[in-house]
Design a protein around this ligand. Structure first.
Ligand SMILES: [Zn+2]
Length: 252
Protein backbone atom coordinates (compact mmCIF):
# COMPACT_ATOMS: atom_id res chain seq x y z
CA UNK A 1 0.00 0.00 0.00
CA UNK A 2 0.98 3.55 -0.19
CA UNK A 3 0.68 5.68 2.88
CA UNK A 4 -1.76 8.12 1.33
CA UNK A 5 -1.86 11.31 3.34
CA UNK A 6 0.44 10.06 6.06
CA UNK A 7 3.91 11.55 6.22
CA UNK A 8 6.46 8.96 7.20
CA UNK A 9 9.33 9.57 4.90
CA UNK A 10 10.56 13.14 4.68
CA UNK A 11 10.68 15.38 1.64
CA UNK A 12 13.88 13.88 0.20
CA UNK A 13 12.33 10.42 -0.08
CA UNK A 14 9.11 11.78 -1.59
CA UNK A 15 11.11 13.49 -4.26
CA UNK A 16 12.79 10.26 -5.28
CA UNK A 17 9.91 7.79 -5.05
CA UNK A 18 9.41 7.66 -8.81
CA UNK A 19 13.07 6.99 -9.55
CA UNK A 20 13.28 4.34 -6.83
CA UNK A 21 10.16 2.60 -8.11
CA UNK A 22 11.54 2.46 -11.65
CA UNK A 23 14.85 1.08 -10.38
CA UNK A 24 13.01 -1.46 -8.23
CA UNK A 25 10.94 -2.60 -11.22
CA UNK A 26 14.11 -3.08 -13.28
CA UNK A 27 15.75 -4.95 -10.40
CA UNK A 28 12.77 -7.30 -10.19
CA UNK A 29 12.88 -7.97 -13.93
CA UNK A 30 16.59 -8.71 -13.72
CA UNK A 31 15.91 -11.14 -10.86
CA UNK A 32 13.55 -13.07 -13.09
CA UNK A 33 15.92 -13.09 -16.06
CA UNK A 34 19.13 -13.64 -14.11
CA UNK A 35 18.43 -15.34 -10.77
CA UNK A 36 21.00 -14.23 -8.22
CA UNK A 37 21.17 -17.42 -6.21
CA UNK A 38 19.43 -18.86 -3.18
CA UNK A 39 17.91 -16.07 -1.12
CA UNK A 40 18.98 -17.86 2.07
CA UNK A 41 22.43 -19.31 1.38
CA UNK A 42 23.50 -17.79 -1.93
CA UNK A 43 24.26 -20.96 -3.91
CA UNK A 44 23.38 -20.67 -7.58
CA UNK A 45 22.43 -24.26 -8.46
CA UNK A 46 18.87 -25.46 -9.01
CA UNK A 47 17.11 -22.43 -7.59
CA UNK A 48 13.34 -22.75 -7.35
CA UNK A 49 11.12 -20.05 -5.87
CA UNK A 50 14.22 -18.14 -4.83
CA UNK A 51 15.68 -20.98 -2.77
CA UNK A 52 17.97 -23.96 -3.29
CA UNK A 53 16.55 -27.41 -2.56
CA UNK A 54 18.22 -27.64 0.85
CA UNK A 55 16.93 -24.29 2.11
CA UNK A 56 13.47 -24.97 0.65
CA UNK A 57 13.36 -28.26 2.55
CA UNK A 58 14.47 -26.53 5.75
CA UNK A 59 11.64 -24.05 5.34
CA UNK A 60 9.07 -26.82 4.80
CA UNK A 61 10.29 -28.88 7.73
CA UNK A 62 10.26 -26.13 10.33
CA UNK A 63 6.58 -25.40 10.71
CA UNK A 64 5.67 -24.62 14.30
CA UNK A 65 2.19 -23.20 14.52
CA UNK A 66 2.14 -21.16 17.67
CA UNK A 67 -0.49 -19.01 19.35
CA UNK A 68 0.20 -16.41 21.97
CA UNK A 69 -1.64 -13.46 23.43
CA UNK A 70 0.15 -10.14 23.67
CA UNK A 71 -0.26 -7.93 26.73
CA UNK A 72 -3.01 -6.07 24.88
CA UNK A 73 -4.91 -9.35 24.58
CA UNK A 74 -4.30 -9.60 20.83
CA UNK A 75 -3.88 -13.23 19.79
CA UNK A 76 -0.96 -13.74 17.40
CA UNK A 77 -0.58 -16.90 15.33
CA UNK A 78 2.80 -17.64 13.79
CA UNK A 79 3.75 -20.40 11.38
CA UNK A 80 7.37 -20.90 12.36
CA UNK A 81 10.13 -19.68 14.61
CA UNK A 82 12.59 -17.13 13.25
CA UNK A 83 15.21 -19.64 12.19
CA UNK A 84 18.10 -18.69 9.93
CA UNK A 85 16.56 -19.76 6.61
CA UNK A 86 13.28 -17.92 7.12
CA UNK A 87 15.19 -14.94 8.51
CA UNK A 88 17.43 -14.71 5.45
CA UNK A 89 14.52 -15.28 3.11
CA UNK A 90 12.45 -12.51 4.69
CA UNK A 91 15.47 -10.21 4.73
CA UNK A 92 16.10 -10.92 1.03
CA UNK A 93 12.54 -9.91 0.18
CA UNK A 94 12.49 -6.96 2.55
CA UNK A 95 15.93 -5.47 2.14
CA UNK A 96 17.00 -6.66 -1.32
CA UNK A 97 13.61 -6.58 -3.02
CA UNK A 98 13.89 -10.29 -3.94
CA UNK A 99 10.39 -10.79 -5.35
CA UNK A 100 11.47 -14.21 -6.59
CA UNK A 101 11.72 -15.38 -2.95
CA UNK A 102 8.16 -14.35 -2.07
CA UNK A 103 6.66 -17.71 -3.20
CA UNK A 104 8.91 -19.50 -0.70
CA UNK A 105 7.24 -17.62 2.17
CA UNK A 106 3.68 -17.80 0.90
CA UNK A 107 2.96 -21.36 2.18
CA UNK A 108 3.99 -20.32 5.69
CA UNK A 109 1.59 -17.40 5.66
CA UNK A 110 -1.14 -19.74 4.43
CA UNK A 111 -0.45 -22.07 7.37
CA UNK A 112 -0.97 -19.21 9.81
CA UNK A 113 -4.13 -17.99 8.11
CA UNK A 114 -5.51 -21.53 7.97
CA UNK A 115 -4.82 -22.01 11.68
CA UNK A 116 -6.79 -18.85 12.45
CA UNK A 117 -9.63 -20.01 10.22
CA UNK A 118 -9.75 -23.35 12.00
CA UNK A 119 -9.79 -21.53 15.34
CA UNK A 120 -12.99 -19.81 14.25
CA UNK A 121 -11.58 -16.43 13.22
CA UNK A 122 -13.59 -15.80 10.05
CA UNK A 123 -15.35 -13.10 8.07
CA UNK A 124 -12.48 -10.68 8.59
CA UNK A 125 -10.59 -8.44 6.22
CA UNK A 126 -6.80 -8.80 6.17
CA UNK A 127 -4.86 -5.68 7.07
CA UNK A 128 -1.10 -5.75 6.38
CA UNK A 129 1.24 -3.93 8.73
CA UNK A 130 2.89 -1.43 6.38
CA UNK A 131 6.52 -0.62 5.88
CA UNK A 132 7.49 3.01 6.00
CA UNK A 133 7.35 4.90 2.75
CA UNK A 134 11.10 5.29 2.50
CA UNK A 135 11.60 1.50 2.67
CA UNK A 136 8.82 0.95 0.13
CA UNK A 137 10.34 3.48 -2.23
CA UNK A 138 13.68 1.70 -2.05
CA UNK A 139 12.23 -1.82 -2.29
CA UNK A 140 9.53 -0.99 -4.81
CA UNK A 141 6.62 -2.73 -3.10
CA UNK A 142 4.88 -3.31 0.22
CA UNK A 143 6.20 -6.79 0.95
CA UNK A 144 3.55 -7.87 3.49
CA UNK A 145 0.79 -6.73 1.16
CA UNK A 146 2.41 -8.68 -1.67
CA UNK A 147 2.68 -11.78 0.53
CA UNK A 148 -1.04 -11.59 1.36
CA UNK A 149 -1.96 -11.13 -2.29
CA UNK A 150 0.08 -14.17 -3.28
CA UNK A 151 -1.10 -16.30 -0.32
CA UNK A 152 -4.81 -15.62 -0.70
CA UNK A 153 -5.49 -13.90 -4.02
CA UNK A 154 -9.22 -13.58 -3.31
CA UNK A 155 -8.84 -12.39 0.28
CA UNK A 156 -10.46 -9.12 1.30
CA UNK A 157 -7.26 -7.11 1.62
CA UNK A 158 -7.59 -3.66 3.16
CA UNK A 159 -4.36 -1.69 3.11
CA UNK A 160 -5.52 1.08 5.34
CA UNK A 161 -2.65 1.67 7.74
CA UNK A 162 0.07 4.26 7.30
CA UNK A 163 2.54 6.22 9.40
CA UNK A 164 2.05 9.75 10.60
CA UNK A 165 5.67 10.07 11.62
CA UNK A 166 8.91 8.32 10.87
CA UNK A 167 10.01 5.53 13.21
CA UNK A 168 13.49 4.11 13.71
CA UNK A 169 14.51 0.70 12.45
CA UNK A 170 13.39 -1.65 15.22
CA UNK A 171 16.36 -3.99 14.88
CA UNK A 172 18.76 -3.56 17.75
CA UNK A 173 16.15 -2.01 20.02
CA UNK A 174 15.01 -3.60 23.26
CA UNK A 175 11.41 -4.36 24.16
CA UNK A 176 10.69 -1.03 25.84
CA UNK A 177 12.49 0.94 23.12
CA UNK A 178 10.52 -0.83 20.40
CA UNK A 179 7.26 0.00 22.12
CA UNK A 180 8.25 3.67 22.52
CA UNK A 181 9.53 3.82 18.95
CA UNK A 182 6.21 2.92 17.35
CA UNK A 183 3.77 4.22 19.97
CA UNK A 184 1.24 6.48 18.28
CA UNK A 185 3.04 6.28 14.93
CA UNK A 186 0.38 4.51 12.87
CA UNK A 187 -2.92 5.78 11.63
CA UNK A 188 -5.86 4.31 9.76
CA UNK A 189 -6.50 6.31 6.61
CA UNK A 190 -10.28 6.20 6.92
CA UNK A 191 -13.03 5.37 9.43
CA UNK A 192 -13.44 1.62 9.93
CA UNK A 193 -16.54 1.38 12.11
CA UNK A 194 -17.80 -2.19 12.25
CA UNK A 195 -14.94 -3.68 10.24
CA UNK A 196 -13.57 -6.97 11.57
CA UNK A 197 -9.82 -7.21 10.92
CA UNK A 198 -6.95 -9.68 11.07
CA UNK A 199 -3.55 -8.03 11.13
CA UNK A 200 -0.79 -9.58 9.00
CA UNK A 201 2.95 -9.06 9.38
CA UNK A 202 6.12 -10.91 8.47
CA UNK A 203 7.82 -11.21 11.85
CA UNK A 204 6.80 -10.61 15.44
CA UNK A 205 9.65 -9.91 17.80
CA UNK A 206 8.13 -8.21 20.83
CA UNK A 207 4.76 -7.54 19.21
CA UNK A 208 5.23 -3.76 19.44
CA UNK A 209 4.30 -3.09 15.80
CA UNK A 210 1.24 -5.33 16.05
CA UNK A 211 0.10 -3.60 19.24
CA UNK A 212 0.48 -0.21 17.60
CA UNK A 213 -1.35 -1.37 14.45
CA UNK A 214 -4.12 -2.76 16.64
CA UNK A 215 -4.39 0.56 18.46
CA UNK A 216 -4.62 2.50 15.19
CA UNK A 217 -7.32 0.21 13.81
CA UNK A 218 -9.35 0.33 17.01
CA UNK A 219 -9.05 4.11 17.10
CA UNK A 220 -10.73 4.12 13.69
CA UNK A 221 -13.56 1.93 14.95
CA UNK A 222 -12.41 -1.50 13.74
CA UNK A 223 -12.56 -4.73 15.67
CA UNK A 224 -9.18 -6.46 15.63
CA UNK A 225 -9.86 -10.18 15.94
CA UNK A 226 -6.32 -11.56 15.76
CA UNK A 227 -2.96 -11.27 14.04
CA UNK A 228 -0.95 -13.67 11.93
CA UNK A 229 2.77 -13.56 11.20
CA UNK A 230 5.08 -15.82 9.26
CA UNK A 231 7.64 -16.12 12.04
CA UNK A 232 8.01 -15.18 15.64
CA UNK A 233 11.25 -14.54 17.43
CA UNK A 234 11.07 -17.19 20.13
CA UNK A 235 12.71 -16.20 23.38
CA UNK A 236 11.94 -19.64 24.75
CA UNK A 237 10.11 -22.72 23.71
CA UNK A 238 6.92 -23.73 25.49
CA UNK A 239 4.27 -26.40 25.41
CA UNK A 240 2.18 -24.06 23.27
CA UNK A 241 4.13 -25.31 20.23
CA UNK A 242 2.49 -27.89 18.13
CA UNK A 243 4.71 -30.50 16.55
CA UNK A 244 6.28 -29.45 13.26
CA UNK A 245 4.56 -31.00 10.31
CA UNK A 246 5.37 -30.79 6.67
CA UNK A 247 1.82 -31.80 5.80
CA UNK A 248 0.59 -28.41 6.96
CA UNK A 249 2.45 -26.87 4.07
CA UNK A 250 1.29 -29.38 1.51
CA UNK A 251 -2.33 -28.96 2.53
CA UNK A 252 -2.34 -25.25 1.83
ZN1 LIG B 1 20.03 -22.24 -0.05
Amino acid sequence: MTAGGADDSGADARGHVGRHRVLAAWRQLLQLWFPTGCAACGVRDEICRGLCAICAAALRQRVFVHREALASGLVVVSATDYHSVVQRCITAVKDAGRVDAVPALVPLLRVGLLALHRAGVRDCVLVPVPSQRRAVAKRGFQHVELLVQRAVPDAPLVSVLGYRRRVRDQSGLGRAERARNVAGAMVAMRPLAGMRCVLVDDVSTTGASLVEAERALRSAGAEVCAAVVIARVAKRFSSAHSAPTTSQLSRT
